[in-house]
Structure formats: structure tokens, C-alpha cells
Design a protein around this ligand. Structure first.
Ligand code: CP
Ligand code: NVA
Length: 304
């Protein structure tokens, strides 16, 4: 039987992905009530990070502990991967020792290559192309504040990066309309857009994209690995800041999300980040609950 990996939001059928979000809400409630639920006793998650992380690392590690299991942090700095051991050999070895592997890396094809050699489920914890775990948390957060996202309109403003591309996948899986406004040269991959033609509209101006939107989302202008382009990016994206003026053109009850870390004064103004429309702290917390639901599904098939 094929190993069930979670490399993009398309790795699960839409109904199962929606069920994951509902389950995350249940697990959050259990946690709030102080109930002990440990379906992953004796199971271990290997966490391989080739880029920095605060939320992803802590939420996966804490999630495993809360579900009764454990997690091992690995990075190229202190494994043989950093000294040239091939990725496929690393995947073969690690997957004989742990029950699940979570990988944060650069190219998405590197992750696919790794997964092809793993005997246990591999979870995408961010590549240059996608961040599917963040989307589970974002959809959960929208649901908690406003109900089902189906049929709603989301505006993506700024860089057409890994988060934007996961929003494109989410538009298909959760059935919402996505407006994308990016400067020329910063748009998402046309091949990814192609799959979501009916649900995505590319708009020239951020003002046009946010009109009628229920949710406004942005992300850093310089993603990890693009540090050398920072100066140029700041200039090119300067007109794409999510600020109060832009928010005022969206629906009155529109929410603001950002996967974090954020740069106040760049992609988002401090005023919007800290406004009552901003749900970024719930969004960050929900990484924990959403990933617990994902781990439960991949490791024991669902609620026990
Ligand atoms: N949003 C997110 O993935 O944050 P980290 O980079 O801190 O994990
Ligand atoms: N787009 C950002 C997301 C960080 C969670 C990056 O790739 O650095």
C-alpha cells in the first residue's frame, strides 16, 4: 500500500481535508478542557529543518507530546545531511527509525524525492512552493470566526510565494474565490494557477483585489532563501502593503491573516496587524491543533 504523504493540499480528497479542519476544532476543545488524549503513544516524529522556524517546530513538537508521542529535531548543521549524505539515504535510514517525518526544505522536488524513499508518511513543513500545514490552520481560523469559507472571497496581496500558491490549492479544496494582486514578475507559478482557473482571478491593483473580500491575506516580501533580493523586493512591492486604507475597501467584517513572522511597516502596517480585524494569534495557535489532527490521521487513521 502507498505511504500517505502530505506534500500539498491535494494529497487528501476535499472531504477528508474538510474533516481534518473539523477534527482540529474538536482537538482544540479537548485541549482547552484539559482532557488527556494520547493516541500516538510510543510514536516518534522526525523533524528535519533546512530553514529556520518558530511556529512549525514548536507546534509539531508540542503536538506530538500532547498526543502521547515524541519528536526529534534534526538539521543539516548537526546531521550527516549537512556533510553530503544523499537525501534518499537519509530518508531510507530515518524512516526505519521514526513513524513520521516532517521536512522543511527549499525546492519542492527535493521534498518529493525525499518522500519517494521514505517508508513512513512525510509532511511538508514548507518548501519554496507550498506551505499546506499553514493553510489547515488558516481555514480553521476562518471557520472559528466566520463559519465555512466555501463561497467566500479571499484576497491575496503581495508576493505570489509559497503561501499564495497554497492559497490557490486551498481555493480548489475548500471552494472559495481567490483574488490575487502581485506586482509584475511576482505572480504565482502559471502551472499552479492553471489547475484553479475557475476559482482564481489575477488583478492588477490591490484595491481591486480586496473589493468585496471576506479575508485579506499577505506574507513577507522576502521569503527564506531570497535574502539577497531583499532590497529590490522592498522597492517592487512597496505599493502592496496591507494597511487600513486598503482594509477599508474590503467587506466591513473582513478578517486579516498572516502566517507570521510579519514585518510591520513592510507587507502590513502595524495598525492592521494589531487591529480587531487581525486574527493572526489565533491563526498561529491553530497550527498546533490543525497539525495534531493531521498527525492523528496519518499515524492512526483518525480519531480513536
Ligand atoms: N508560519 C510559519 O510557518 O512560521 P515558522 O517559520 O515560525 O515556522
Ligand atoms: N513565505 C515565507 C513563509 C514563512 C513561514 C517563507 O518562505 O519564508
Amino acid at each position: 500500500m502507498a505511504v500517505p504523504h502530505f506534500l500539498t493540499l491535494f494529497d487528501l480528497p476535499a472531504d477528508e481535508i474538510k474533516q481534518l479542519v473539523r477534527r482540529a476544532i474538536e482537538l482544540k476543545a479537548l485541549q482547552r478542557q484539559g482532557k488527556i488524549y494520547e493516541p500516538l503513544k510510543n510514536q516518534v516524529l522526525g523533524m528535519l529543518f533546512e530553514k529556520s522556524s518558530t511556529r512549525t517546530r514548536v507546534s509539531f513538537e508540542v503536538g506530538m507530546i500532547q498526543l502521547g508521542g515524541n519528536a526529534v529535531f534534526l538539521s543539516p548543521r548537526d546531521t550527516q545531511l549537512g556533510r553530503g549524505e544523499p537525501l534518499e539515504d537519509t530518508a531510507r535510514v530515518l524512516s526505519r527509525m521514526v513513524n513520521c517525518l516532517m521536512v522543511r526544505t527549499f525546492s519542492h522536488s527535493m521534498l518529493e524525492h525525499f518522500a519517494a524513499y521514505s517508508q513512513v508518511p512525510v509532511i511538508n513543513a514548507l518548501t519554496d512552493s507550498y506551505h499546506p500545514c499553514q493553510l489547515l490552520a488558516d481555514i480553521q481560523t476562518y471557520f472559528e470566526h466566520r463559519g465555512d469559507i466555501q463561497g467566500r472571497t479571499v484576497a491575496w496581496i503581495g508576493d505570489g510565494n509559497n503561501m499564495c500558491q497554497s492559497y490557490i490549492n486551498a481555493a480548489c479544496q475548500f471552494d472559495f474565490q481567490l483574488h490575487i494582486a502581485t506586482p509584475t514578475g511576482y505572480g504565482p507559478d502559471p502551472a499552479i494557477l492553471q489547475i484553479a482557473r475557475e476559482r482564481v482571478q489575477i488583478m492588477a491593483e490591490p484595491q481591486e483585489a480586496v473589493r468585496g473580500a471576506d479575508l485579506i491575506v499577505t506574507d513577507v516580501w522576502t521569503s527564506m532563501g531570497q535574502e539577497q533580493e531583499k532590497h529590490r523586493r522592498l522597492q517592487d512591492l512597496a505599493d502592496y502593503q496591507v494597511n487600513s486604507e486598503l482594509m477599508s475597501l474590503a467587506k466591513r467584517d473582513a478578517l486579516f491573516m498572516h502566517c507570521l513572522p510579519a514585518h510591520r511597516g513592510e507587507e502590513v502596517s502595524a495598525e492592521v496587524m494589531d487591529s480587531s480585524q487581525s486574527v493572526v494569534w489565533d491563526e498561529a495557535e491553530n497550527r498546533l491543533h490543525a497539525q495534531k489532527a493531521l498527525l492523528e490521521k496519518l499515524l492512526v487513521g483518525g480519531p480513536l
